[in-house]
Design a protein around this ligand. Structure first.
Ligand SMILES: [Fe+2]
Ligand SMILES: [Fe+2]
Length: 346
């Protein structure tokens, strides 16, 4: 018989015949905190019901929530060595926003185009700009990056078969970071060697929720000059591998310099706004031989994503920094706003 924790509006009841070691406490905001062995598992709004099932303790811990912050397309050093770098200033703005969040991200994943020209000094500037961040930082390469220069600044970097691909196992969600860089080429690349590695990684834990991070989104977007071609070998190769697994919960990418949401290989895919300038939203067909005067990039605020894992699925939140002046705070005066929204005390 499966175990069930049921939360009602003001109280909660528990029924979990298979689980003996859970503690449940009600917190101030009428939510419940479920703990097992001192480890917080999840918080649920009132009126939610959660089925514990007959899962093992480890599997239950996998139901913990997780926040993966994502930034992309930093293009540090765009103006050249020794010049004031606008993109570094934009990065620092987003870093401030992330570090000021009440709930800090569990990890930051940066999905490529870390620097503009692949130079060592730019990676050093990147490292310095990221230094206020206290949660773990992991990176992927974009088409502007350089494997050798990166390794000089981050000497602990390990390349697998020559590629910067690795898996993060610490959280409730596995994060697999892919390398789609082919130096000298603007578009993406994903050769047989990289595909075989991905398949081996996915084979290791085919039931565990997995997030894939990469620079180039393997999708058509309607912005023709920045999109991948679905008939490209690298796109077909990536799609073939990911489609074989049901546990790839989400794919997150960069490169387009614009927030985009789509499905790919039977899962969801998001692209984050860039730290650097954003591409203009214009979906008219483009002829590379006819410059028609359209806008290509615009000077809008730097953006980021928070990939929120609720224990069962991802929600992608797209944010910009600065996020704007707060107009209403959750204080005594405005506590009714939250209660009213949550239909509490009606
Ligand atoms: Fe970029
Ligand atoms: Fe790129």
């Amino acid at each position: 018989m499966p175990g069930v924790i049921k939360f009602t509006r003001q109280t909660y009841t528990m029924c979990y015949p298979n689980v003996k070691s859970y503690a449940l406490e009600k917190t101030k905001k009428n939510k419940a905190l479920v703990t097992s062995g001192g480890c917080a598992i999840n918080m649920y709004p009132s009126d939610l019901q959660y089925d514990l099932g007959t899962k093992s303790c480890d599997q239950r811990n996998m139901n913990r929530t997780m926040i993966i912050a994502q930034i992309s397309d930093l293009h540090i050093g765009h103006e050249g060595k020794g010049k004031t770098c606008k993109n570094t200033q934009r990065l620092k703005t987003v870093v401030r926003t992330l570090t000021e969040l009440r709930r800090k991200p569990d990890v930051l994943v940066i999905t490529g185009d870390l620097v503009e020209y692949g130079e060592v000094w730019a990676y050093e500037a990147l490292k310095e700009a990221l230094s206020p961040i206290e949660f773990p930082i992991h990176m992927a390469f974009g088409n502007h990056d350089n494997r050798e220069a990166f390794k000089k600044v981050y000497p602990d970097t390990r390349y697998t078969d020559g590629f910067f691909q690795y898996t993060l196992e610490d959280g409730p969600v596995r994060i697999i970071v892919l390398d789609t860089l082919e130096e000298g080429r603007h578009g993406g690349s994903f050769c047989e060697t990289r595909a075989l590695w991905l398949e081996r990684e996915l084979d290791k834990q085919p039931d565990r929720p997995t997030l894939i991070a990469l620079h180039h989104p393997p999708i058509k977007t309607g912005i023709g000059w920045l999109s991948a071609d679905p008939s490209d070998d690298w796109v077909k190769r990536l799609k073939h591998v990911i489609s074989k697994y049901d546990n790839v919960e989400h794919i997150m990418a960069g490169h387009i310099h614009r927030a985009i949401f789509k499905s790919f290989a039977k899962t969801s895919l998001s692209v984050t706004d860039a730290i650097a300038i954003q591409s203009k939203l214009e979906l008219a067909d483009i002829d590379p031989d006819i410059p028609d005067g359209r806008g290509l990039f615009v000077d809008s605020r730097p953006g980021f994503c928070l990939q929120y894992w609720d224990g069962e699925s991802f929600t992608t939140h797209s944010g910009q920094s600065p996020c704007g002046k707060t107009l209403i705070h959750f204080n005594e005066k405005h506590s009714h706003v939250v209660k009213h929204t949550m239909d509490i005390g009606l």
